[in-house]
Design a binder for this molecule. Structure first.
Ligand SMILES: [Zn+2]
Length: 405
């Protein structure tokens, strides 16, 4: 399979020293990788088209091209100092699957399309899955064009410079565009390896709600202000964080997770009472109602801290995407594909979110997971074995063949 050397080549388009990979969307490495990928697709006899945000479609025309297409694909942008398998396995694996089908003389009835999504990672614009959100039509396109990168440059200018022009309204796919979409991806978790299962078939994709809290109390001298007089912003923050933890545990569901990953204390000195704290929460679940219950608990904790500690609290929603349920027919197709290829599988939840989460708004989706070493991802030592990659590619090819008939 060519995919193994292609994964190495793709990892070479990087702003980080090996084995780390950094490929920020629309940056030099990303654009070089993009051009290289297009040439590979053209070399495989696919028709390539790009939209106004750089999502790239490589199509193998079916004998009835007017029918809804069968899609597969993922992303190639990589967060700073990450590994070489996240996203890339789904892109190059999709290409490998198409080449393998072509080599057998297979002729699809529905067109099969390989999709490279723009900016799955939030590194540059602070929002993940930019390309797939636009394809699904879930973003206000004018607002999206004003998204600024880390240097304050708007998306409109950046994509234009990268050679992607036209209005973002044109990115949204028409209803019924895809008959089904399957994304191949590394698991990014430890379960498949632990259970010695070859592949995972994803039944639902969890989605985060994320919030930024600004909590204000009153600063003062750590010695001079006595305890009864204090309005310590950090202690209010601490109580809120613990309340969110207990609410997440209280749902009783393994799929509910809540994290307070940002806590910035101002002024941040040992002898000063904290006057202001910034907290950021990420609350995820596969079930919107359960997730909302934790969000409610967060709001209630804020109210309690306003009363109990005299804190002024502002809560800002950074993001609130609904989780997705994968399509039962696609899940059956993947099960059959695993059986055809002699691969063991388990049904599982995707706890990270992917472009498929947004495509699920407009198309039936499922995902196929391959094991990754120790569940490690977003790190230079991210690793998936050639055997596991080849299993994923063969099962993907089988599923694409089934779906395109
Ligand atoms: Zn990914």
């Amino acid at each position: 399979m060519k995919i193994f050397s292609e994964l190495e080549t793709l990892a070479g388009f990087s702003g980080a020293s090996k084995p780390g990979v950094t490929r920020v969307v629309f940056g030099q490495s990303d654009m070089e990788a993009h051009t290289w990928f297009k040439l590979l697709c053209i070399g495989a006899g696919l028709e390539v088209r790009e939209d106004a945000v750089g999502n790239t479609f490589a199509t193998w025309k079916g004998s009835e091209p007017q029918l809804a297409r069968v899609g597969t694909g993922s992303h190639i942008d990589a967060i700073p100092h990450s590994g070489k398998y996240d996203g890339t396995v789904g892109v190059l694996g999709g290409l490998e699957a198409i080449r393998a089908l072509k080599a057998t003389g297979f002729r699809p009835r529905r067109s099969i399309e390989l999709l490279l999504f723009t900016s799955e990672e939030p590194t540059r614009f602070g929002i993940g899955c930019l390309g797939s959100r636009l394809l699904a039509g879930v973003l206000d396109t004018d607002a999206a064009d004003r998204f600024e990168d880390t240097e304050g440059k708007p998306l409109a200018e950046i994509r234009e410079q990268a050679g992607f022009s036209g209005t973002l309204d044109t990115v949204k796919l028409p209803p019924g565009y895809y008959h089904g979409f399957v994304e191949l991806h590394i698991e990014q978790g430890p379960l498949l390896e632990r259970d010695r299962v070859q592949l995972g078939i994803v039944t639902s994709i969890a989605a985060p709600s994320s919030f930024r809290l600004t909590i204000e109390g009153e600063g003062g001298h750590a010695g001079a202000v006595l305890m009864p007089q204090r309005r310590d912003a950090f202690l209010a923050a601490a109580e809120i964080a613990l309340a969110v933890e207990s609410a997440a545990r209280a749902t009783g569901a393994i799929d509910t997770v809540a994290t307070c990953g940002v806590c910035e204390v101002f002024p941040g000195v040992i002898n000063g009472i904290p006057s202001r704290v910034k907290l950021e929460f990420d609350i995820r679940d596969t079930d919107t109602q359960r997730r909302d219950a934790v969000v409610k608990a967060l709001e209630a904790a804020c109210n309690r801290m306003r009363a109990k500690r005299g804190a002024t609290i502002q809560m800002h929603t950074l993001n609130s995407d609904a989780p997705a349920t994968c399509d039962p027919t696609l899940i059956d197709v993947l099960k059959r594909a695993c059986e055809n290829e002699g691969c063991s599988y388990s049904l599982m939840v995707s706890r990270a979110y992917h472009d498929s989460l947004f495509l699920s708004r407009i198309a039936p989706v499922s995902m196929l997971f391959i094991p990754c070493n120790a569940g490690v991802s977003h790190r230079p030592d991210e690793y998936a074995s050639p055997q596991d990659i080849s299993n994923g590619v063969r099962v993907l090819a089988d599923a694409l063949a089934q779906l395109s008939q």
